[in-house]
Ligand binder design. Structure first.
Ligand code: DON
Length: 569
C-alpha cells in the first residue's frame, strides 16, 4: 500500500512539475536579480538605477523617477539614447487604474521627401540614412519628458535633472558595452570634431576600459534644460547650435522643425491573455501589436505541456514570430499619415485564423506566407521599468537608433543626434539597419514618425500591477519581450530565469531562425533543422529590464547579459 501511495505521489508530482530551464552558469545574479521590495527600478545603467531610486527615496513619484532615469541613462549610455533621440512611455496610473501611452518619437523634418535616400536610378543609399546629418529626425525626448512631468510630476523639474548633470560633469568609468560600441563606430565619431573630443583619445584611438568619460558640454545643456524647461532645448542657443551643425553637414533640419515638435498621447494596444490584461505601445510602434499577436497565436497551443525549449514549443514560437513580421511589413506605419488596421490586426477571429496557420509539421518558407487581406482594407536604444511604493509603474524605451545615432554632435552642446530616418522604408521592400522589410505605409514623408519596434509593455492581473518590461535591439525587441512574457506567464518560470533563458528570433526575412547563447540542446536544434528551420547562432542584443509584483512586493531583473542594475527600496 505504501509503495502504491509513493508511486501515486510521484506521478502526481511529475505531472505538476514546472520545467524551469536554468540559465547558463556564467550569469551572475548579484546585481541583476532584486527581490521583495516596496519599490523597484531595473535599468541598463548602475548609476541610473541608483539615481532613480534616490528620487523615490526623496519622495518623488513614479513620473519624477521616470524623468530622472531618462536623463541619467542618456548620459550613462550615450551610444544608446539621449537628448537627440526619442522614445515611448507606458504608464500605469494606480489612482485611475488606467494605462497611458506617450509617444515622443522623432519626426521627419519638414523638408523630407520620399526619395531623399535614393539615387537617380532609384537605388537605396543606406549610408545616408544611417550616418551623418541627413539621417537626423527631429528629436522628441526632451519635449516628452517635460510635458509628461508638467502633467504628472511631483518634485521640481530642476531637482530631478540634477543627478544627470552630476554624472555628465563628474563622469563614469568606461564599461564593456560602451567600449564595444566605441570600437565599432570609431570611424564615425572621428569624423565629428566634438564627438571625437568627447569619446576618443587625442590620437583618435578608443580609450581603455575604466577611463573616466566626462561630458561637460552635455552637462551645460542639461543645466539650460533644468532652468528653461523644453525651451532650453527647442529654442535659443541649443536649438541654434543643433541647426547650425546639421545644416553645415548637409542635413535638412530647421528651427521650425524643433519649435513645432509635439509629443502625442496615444491609446495603448490591449488584449486579454491567459486571464491577464496586456497593454503595449500602439503605432507608430509595431512592437505592441506584434508582441500581442505572437502571444495570442500561441495561446491555444498548450505550450506548457510541450515544455519550454521543447522542439514543438520552439517550432510554434518561431512560426508565430515569422507570421507577425509579415503583418509588420504589410500594414504598419505612422497612424497620423496612413490608416493602420490596429483593431483588425488584434481581432480575436483574425488571431485564431493565424493560430491555425502556424501549426505545421515543417517550417514555413518565407515566400510561402502571404498576408491575409483585412476586412476593412482600403498599410541602440535603452529600456527601463520602475514601480513606486504607491501602486504605479512605468515601462519606457528610448533611443537614438544605431550606436551613437548619426554620429553628429550639435557643436558645443554635447547632444548626439539620432539616425532615426533609417527606420523609414527607403523604398518598398528595402531593408533597414535591423533587416526590417519596408512597407508602403512606412515611406519617408515630411513630419511623419518612422515605424518602430520598441515595445514597452505593462501587464495587470485582477486590475493590479503585475509585470512591466521592455528591451533595446531593433526588431528583436518584439520577440524578446514576447518570449519573456511566455516564460513568466505560460511556463511559470521565476523572473530571473524568464529573462536569462535562451532566446530565439525569426523575423520572416531573412528566413532564418536565430538562436542565442546558451543554445538549445543539440537534439532540439537537430530536429528543428530536419523540420526545415534555417538555424544560425547569433547574438540578439536584447537587454530585458523587467519588474514583477508578487504578494504585494516587487521583484526586478536587469538582463544578466548587460551591465544594468535591478535595485529595490
Ligand atoms: O525604434 C526602433 O525600432 C529602433 N530605432 C530601435 C533601435 C534599437 O533598438 C537599437 N538597439 N540596440
Amino acid at each position: 500500500m505504501r509503495a502504491f501511495l509513493l508511486l501515486l505521489l510521484l506521478i502526481v508530482g511529475c505531472s505538476h512539475k514546472v520545467n524551469i530551464v536554468s540559465p547558463a552558469p556564467h550569469f551572475d545574479r548579484s546585481k541583476y536579480d532584486a527581490k521583495a521590495s516596496k519599490a523597484m527600478v531595473a535599468t541598463q545603467g548602475e548609476a541610473t538605477s541608483k539615481a532613480t531610486l534616490s528620487i523615490l527615496e526623496k519622495g518623488g513619484n513614479i513620473i519624477d523617477a521616470f524623468v530622472t532615469a531618462s536623463f541619467t541613462i542618456s548620459v550613462e549610455r550615450p551610444h544608446s539614447t539621449g537628448l537627440g533621440g526619442g522614445g515611448f512611455l507606458l504608464y500605469y496610473h494606480h489612482a485611475e487604474n488606467k494605462v497611458y501611452a506617450f509617444d515622443f518619437r522623432e519626426v521627419a523634418p519638414i523638408l523630407s521627401t520620399s526619395d531623399m535616400f535614393l539615387t537617380k536610378e532609384g537605388e537605396v543609399q543606406s549610408l545616408l540614412s544611417q550616418e551623418g546629418a541627413l539621417a537626423v529626425a527631429t528629436p522628441g525626448l526632451v519635449a516628452g519628458l517635460f510635458d509628461i512631468h508638467q502633467r504628472f510630476g511631483r518634485l521640481p523639474w530642476s531637482e530631478i535633472i540634477a543627478p544627470a548633470i552630476d554624472l555628465a560633469r563628474n563622469g563614469f568609468p568606461l564599461y564593456d558595452h560602451l567600449h564595444t560600441a566605441l570600437k565599432d563606430r570609431k570611424h564615425l565619431l572621428a569624423a565629428d570634431p566634438e564627438a571625437r573630443k568627447t569619446f576618443l583619445m587625442s590620437d583618435g584611438s578608443v580609450p581603455r576600459m575604466g577611463t573616466v568619460i566626462r561630458q561637460e558640454n552635455l552637462a551645460m545643456t542639461l543645466e539650460k534644460i533644468a532652468n528653461k524647461g523644453r525651451d532650453g532645448f527647442y529654442k535659443g542657443k541649443v536649438a541654434e547650435a543643433i541647426i547650425k551643425t546639421v545644416r553645415s553637414k548637409r542635413g535638412i533640419l530647421t528651427l521650425k522643425d524643433l519649435r513645432d515638435y509635439k509629443m502625442k498621447e496615444r491609446t495603448p494596444v490591449f488584449s486579454n491573455y491567459k486571464g491577464l490584461k496586456v497593454f503595449s505601445m500602439p503605432p507608430p510602434s509595431s512592437g505592441g501589436i506584434h508582441v500581442i499577436q505572437i502571444l495570442k497565436m500561441l495561446e491555444p497551443h498548450q505550450l506548457k505541456k510541450m515544455g519550454p525549449q521543447s522542439i514543438e514549443a520552439v517550432h510554434l514560437t518561431a512560426n508565430s514570430m515569422q507570421r507577425a513580421f509579415v503583418d509588420r511589413a504589410t500594414y504598419l506605419g505612422d497612424p497620423d499619415f496612413q490608416s493602420v488596421p490596429v483593431k483588425e490586426l488584434l481581432d480575436e477571429k483574425y488571431l485564431s485564423a493565424l493560430a491555425k496557420e502556424i501549426k505545421t509539421e515543417k517550417a514555413i518558407r518565407a515566400q510561402d506566407i502571404k498576408p491575409i487581406s483585412l476586412p476593412y482594407e482600403s498599410s541602440d536604444t535603452t529600456h527601463f521599468s520602475i514601480a513606486d511604493g504607491e501602486g504605479n509603474m512605468v515601462a519606457s524605451t528610448q533611443t537614438i537608433n544605431g550606436w551613437f545615432g548619426s554620429g553628429v554632435i550639435a557643436q558645443g552642446t554635447g547632444i548626439l543626434l539620432n539616425n532615426e530616418m533609417d527606420d523609414f522604408a527607403q523604398k518598398v521592400g528595402a531593408q533597414n539597419l535591423f533587416g526590417a522589410v519596408g512597407g508602403g505605409r512606412n515611406l519617408v514623408q515630411a513630419k511623419k514618425r518612422p515605424l518602430s519596434s520598441m515595445s514597452p509593455t505593462i501587464i495587470t492581473k485582477n486590475d493590479k500591477p503585475f509585470l512591466a518590461l521592455g528591451s533595446p535591439s531593433g526588431t528583436r525587441i518584439i520577440t524578446c519581450v514576447a518570449q519573456t512574457i511566455l516564460n513568466t506567464v505560460e511556463f511559470g518560470m521565476p523572473l530571473f530565469e524568464s529573462v536569462a533563458a535562451t532566446r530565439i528570433h525569426q523575423q520572416w526575412l531573412p528566413d532564418i531562425l536565430k538562436i542565442e547563447e546558451p543554445f538549445l540542446s543539440e537534439k532540439v536544434e537537430k530536429k528543428l533543422k530536419v523540420m526545415g528551420h534555417n538555424i544560425s547562432h547569433e547574438k540578439l542584443g536584447c537587454s530585458i529590464q523587467a519588474i514583477k509584483r508578487e504578494n504585494g512586493l516587487w521583484y526586478g531583473v536587469s538582463d544578466p547579459r548587460g551591465e544594468g542594475l535591478a535595485i529595490g527600496l
